[in-house]
Write a protein that binds this ligand. Sequence first.
Ligand SMILES: Cc1cc2nc3c(=O)[nH]c(=O)nc-3n(C[C@H](O)[C@H](O)[C@H](O)COP(=O)(O)OP(=O)(O)OC[C@H]3O[C@@H](n4cnc5c(N)ncnc54)[C@H](O)[C@@H]3O)c2cc1C
Ligand code: FES
Length: 277
Amino acid sequence: MTNPFLPEPARIVRKFELAKDVRFFQIRFIDMERALSFGYTPGQFMMFSIPGTGEAPFSISSTPSRPGLLEFCIRKAGRLTEALFRLRENDGIGIRGPYGDGFPVNKMKGYDLLIIMGGLGAAPLRSLLLYALDNRELFGKLHLLYGAKRPKDMLFKKEFLEFIGREDIECLLTVDKDDAGKWPCYTGFVTSLFERIEDINAENTFACVCGPPVMYKFVLEKLVKLNIPKHQILMTLERRMKCGIGKCGHCAIEDIYTCMDGPVFTYWDVLHMKELI
Ligand SMILES: Cc1cc2nc3c(=O)[nH]c(=O)nc-3n(C[C@H](O)[C@H](O)[C@H](O)COP(=O)(O)OP(=O)(O)OC[C@H]3O[C@@H](n4cnc5c(N)ncnc54)[C@H](O)[C@@H]3O)c2cc1C
Ligand code: FES
């Protein structure tokens, strides 16, 4: 039996800065066949390992509808991420996965999508967003609401600004502060964008949320006010993880293993497991 902890060899194809202390990584399995056949669901994550440093989980930011390359958006936090930031394009790295329960994209077919992200919450939700855009006929209306602290903190800014004005997506971008006064979109918290969306059919909408812990309370209040059913409000949550495959117990809350049962949970799950947030 193959060892489930054994990372597979991969290399960094591209790496660049998205914002201060946040880097974009494009990664490919060394084995080209593996790279092209690798399947995953938006919302799933991979474990990265650097020999002598350790392992850490990162959400996949690319979409399975564009096979071959995996993309990640990583913030420098400590030992592993510092070592990762020191690596260069073409350097090798070990990866294993995909892990976790991602967004139930099959169940979401035919529904409108309301994607709400704050800060680094763009990491997992960009995967769902690009997946919906690549499979546009599978979904109803598509709304993106994204809030960052300042224009320079907005991840994938250039990519998302290009969505504005397109007919297949309503893209609303906001920043808390625009000191230079040059930001072309909105200012205010991400919750202020709710006033700008009118055509929400609550029963037919899946809302998908990821952002800093402080954002959830206010966004969830808005979603509940819109009458979106609690099992159609999905959020991706982070817990400390070690093995990623339900073996070590690090991520457990009662009988829930967030690495296996999550990281995507419904608001319904969260109401019954307050410790999840
Ligand atoms: C399912 C999942 C998906 C993730 N996706 C991403 C992603 O796409 N991009 C990204 O930048 N990060 C992501 N993270 C967080 C990332 O795994 C941690 O930042 C990373 O483990 C830090 O490793 P390190 O060795 O650099 O830092 P460490 O030396 O381990 O820790 C540095 C600091 O960060 C804290 N920390 C570590 N892990 C977490 C965590 N999970 N939650 C809160 N605080 C933590 C530690 O307490 C410490 O204060 C994800 C985490 C999970 C569980
Ligand atoms: S991280 Fe080991 S059980 Fe979830």
